[in-house]
Design a protein around this ligand. Structure first.
Ligand code: NAP
Ligand code: F7E
Length: 353
């Protein structure tokens, strides 16, 4: 049986990837960190919580990353864990550098010394391109220059080059996916798409009366997250490790996202939109659009969900959640605590059990 290790299994992509790999018959190990409020709601929402094996890891703790490899003996490693919120990287640049950048080398060192046959995927990002489009409508591909404009993107650039170096210097099967924004109903609430879908749904059911947003002129290439984890898996099945852009090839502004979302919920955007200066970033990427032709040609991956459909699906899901909430239902994805057992691997006298 194939074994996979996913760092960051409690995040959006980690949860969808675990679901995808379980369906393919993999034994799935995932890392989580202890929080004062447990964060297994996505695994519960996708009904895979009891099916994955959980290993406690902190990205800034090298021994825990090494132990995750020793315990899981993975054929494939997907390094998804990171401080992934661009805005927060301006507030906590040093810890972002550690979690999002340095952790990649820590893990690659562990792979090199403990498990050099494992295939390694690194979660790169379209944020690496920064403002390299400079207002031009050209699509970004694997040969476009990187010009990061946030501490998050700078840390990811370090991770990307480290992955390239370990591939070339030590012949590891290590590659980076340059994924453009991908969203879903289990996206973190702080990201603009889920924030809009959630606020619009709350207004529609009478639980809120405004939407506070920052730079609504920013444009992004937004795809549907479950399709993007399939691209990650394809990259690790290829004959040789290569960098690939994963994108839809279309770009839309935050304002357009808001307009489609409001139309779906039956409310008027202008009535509720409030511009909040505190939500503008010190630097922002003005526009991004990706060219997915290499991955389509070589690995037969193609985006399926179009922008309008993505927005409508996200709004419908939030509406249904809030309507159920108003009827007194408990959120079905709530998990009360760290349940005993449940696949959590514990250390007893230095040994994992
Ligand atoms: P996400 O929802 O924010 O998930 C991040 C994961 O990393 C969570 O499981 C989180 O754990 C974990 N994590 C953060 N800090 C940690 C630490 N110090 N120790 C251990 N675990 C830690 O992100 P995502 O959207 O799934 O994205 C997955 C990866 O793809 C990230 O590396 C992100 O930067 C990258 N990426 C995302 C997109 C996108 O559009 N979604 C696009 C390009 C690249 P908690 O649950 O405990 O917080
Ligand atoms: O912002 C603007 C904001 O935070 C998108 C991460 O997954 O994708 C994500 O990064 C745009 C920006 O995503 C609000 O200024 C306006 O221009 O949803 P976001 P992001 O920064 O593009 C990339 C590919 C990643 O790799 C990252 O990990 O929307 N915006 N008003 C706002 N953004 C937020 N969050 N909140 C607002 O109120």
């Amino acid at each position: 049986m194939n074994r996979a290790l996913i760092t960051g299994i409690t995040g959006q992509d980690g949860a969808y990837l675990a679901h995808y790999l379980l369906k393919k018959g993999y034994e799935v190990y995932g890392t989580y960190r202890r929080l004062s409020t447990p964060n297994f709601w996505r695994l519960n929402y996708l009904e895979i919580f009891p099916k994955v094996k959980l290993i406690p890891v902190d990205l800034t703790d090298p021994s825990s990353l090494g132990e995750a490899i020793t315990i899981s003996r993975p054929h494939e490693i997907y390094h998804l864990a990171a401080q992934s919120f661009v805005e927060a990287s301006f507030q906590t640049p040093v810890s972002t550098a550690h979690m999002t950048g340095v952790s990649v080398v820590t893990l690659l060192e562990a792979v090199r010394t403990l498990s050099p046959e494992s295939r390694f995927y690194f979660a790169g990002t379209s944020e690496l391109y920064g403002d390299s489009l400079g207002g031009s409508p050209a699509k970004l591909n694997e040969d476009s220059p990187f010009k990061p404009v946030s501490p998050y993107a700078a840390a990811k650039l370090f991770g990307l080059w480290s992955t390239e170096i370990y591939n070339r210097a030590y012949d590891l099967f290590a590659c980076t996916g340059i994924l453009f924004n991908h969203e879903s109903p289990i996206r973190g609430l702080e990201f603009v798409t889920r924030k809009i879908a959630n606020e619009v749904a709350k207004i529609s059911v009478g639980l809120s009366d405004q939407i506070r947003l920052g730079n609504v002129e920013a444009k992004r290439d937004w795809g549907y997250a479950p399709e993007y984890v399939d691209a990650m898996w394809r990259m690790l099945q290829a004959d040789t490790p290569r960098m690939y852009v994963v994108a839809t090839g279309e770009t839309h502004s935050v304002r357009e996202f808001l307009d489609v979302a409001c139309a779906e919920a039956g409310i008027r955007a202008d009535k509720y939109l409030k511009n909040d200066k505190s939500l503008h970033r010190p630097l922002d990427v003005p526009a991004l659009v990706g060219d997915h032709s290499r991955i389509t040609r070589e690995l037969h991956w193609k985006p399926k969900t179009r922008f309008d459909q993505l927005v409508k699906n996200m709004v419908r899901e939030e509406l249904s959640r809030w309507q159920r909430y108003l009827k007194g239902e408990v959120f079905p994805w709530d998990v009360p605590s760290y349940p005993d057992g449940h696949g959590i691997i514990r250390r007893v006298r230095g040994r994992a059990q």
